[in-house]
Design a protein around this ligand. Structure first.
Ligand code: NAD
Ligand code: LMR
Length: 329
């Protein structure tokens, strides 16, 4: 039995993500929670002839508790998205509190669930989630994930002409670090099966992966940020976590994790000086089975990208931790 829960299920990401989860034969029960519209979204999806039983909850009548009780996987796309001219960090003021409250609910009602955080700024909301779970005494680093799969999906798509794969996702293009601008580091030297990026295209491709989110924000012109591609990416990651929890072997995806507390994480923490970092992880029955260190043997240019990433991530992580330890009055 797999129960999946989407917190923020009525939103731009929440709705298509819920659709993909409802259609998945891996899921037996799907609970949708939002501050608005979940009864309607759940009623609509309930007509789909698939396995999952679906329910929709609002905050009234213990909605969060009822949605979360018995959950195995909780995905969080709740929170405001960017408008043109904003950074992801500009979302912190509103989204930090939303994530803190929802993760407190997870600590109370589904402390063993896998928690997949989509809400931005991921570089800070995941540290917030970790601190809330630690304070509640239920933190297991192997079960908390910042979803950075959209960066990987973009990197696969943008390099497709060089990988030569008809289905772009058949190439493995590692993207590590964090999830905003320069903290996003594609490692084109580590693609597999190996292929070459032409030297005169390299810098543009790095920038496109780092700032792919801005492309969508600009094109949507005030109507939000990536939703459909994010639902695709969020579903890909949720499906990977569920399949691995059911015993499927060899599933590896990059994700933003708390390094101390996941096997293999200490080595990456030492190399980067960071507590959180997105790195390929091998998934297993209990979440992260091994964080894989792919920092050795990167090119000189990738080392420079990593330096900028680490400088940026440090502050983002501290901001999240500080918010939970010393909440704004
Ligand atoms: P949206 O505004 O369309 O939807 C957000 C939903 O969250 C809304 O339905 C809203 O009612 C709900 N919500 C707000 N407060 C809530 C609460 N306390 N409890 C439950 N639900 C609540 O926004 P969106 O486009 O779906 O984006 C959601 C978030 O995902 C944003 O922060 C965005 O920046 C982020 N995002 C992350 C990635 C990534 O790669 N990790 C990619 C795209 C977007
Ligand atoms: C993305 O990468 O598309 C998301 O983080 C949304 C954004 O604000 O760009």
């Amino acid at each position: 039995m797999v129960k999946a829960v989407v917190l923020g299920a009525a939103g731009g990401i929440g709705q298509p993500l819920s659709l993909l989860l409802k259609a998945s034969p891996l899921i037996d029960e799907l609970a949708l929670y939002d501050v608005v519209n979940t009864p309607g979204v759940a009623a609509d999806l309930s007509h789909i002839s698939s396995v999952a039983k679906i329910t929709g909850y609002l905050p009234k009548e213990d909605g969060l508790k009822n949605a979360l009780t018995g959950a195995n996987v909780v995905v969080i796309p709740a929170g405001i998205p960017r408008k043109p001219g904003m950074t992801r960090d500009d979302l912190f003021k509103v989204n930090a509190g939303i994530v803190k409250t929802l993760v407190q609910g997870i600590a109370d009602f589904a402390p063993k669930a896998f928690v997949l955080v989509i809400s931005n700024p991921v570089n800070s909301t995941v540290p917030i989630a970790a601190e809330v779970l630690k304070a509640a005494g239920v933190f297991d680093a192997r079960r908390l994930f910042g979803v950075t799969t959209l960066d990987v999906v973009r990197a696969e798509t943008f390099t497709q002409e060089y990988s030569g794969k008809k289905n772009a996702s058949e190439a493995t293009v590692p993207v590590i670090g964090g999830h905003s601008g320069e903290t996003i580091v594609p490692l084109f030297s580590k693609v597999s099966p190996s292929f070459q990026i032409p030297a005169d295209r390299y810098e543009d491709l790095v920038k496109r992966v780092q700032f792919g989110g801005d492309e969508v924000v600009k094109a949507k012109d005030g109507a939000g940020s990536a939703t459909l591609s994010m639902a695709f990416a969020g579903f890909r990651f949720a499906e990977a976590v569920i399949k691995a929890s059911q015993g499927e072997k060899g599933i590896v995806e990059p994700t933003f994790v708390h390094l101390n507390g996941v096997p293999g994480g200490d080595e990456i923490a030492k190399a980067t000086g960071l507590d959180f970092f997105s790195t390929p992880v091998e998934l297993g029955r209990n979440g992260v089975e091994k964080a894989i260190n792919i920092l050795d043997g990167v090119t000189e240019r990738e080392q420079e990208l990593l330096k900028a990433c680490i400088d940026g991530l440090k502050g983002n992580i501290e901001k999240g931790v500080e918010f939970t330890k010393n909440p704004p009055k």
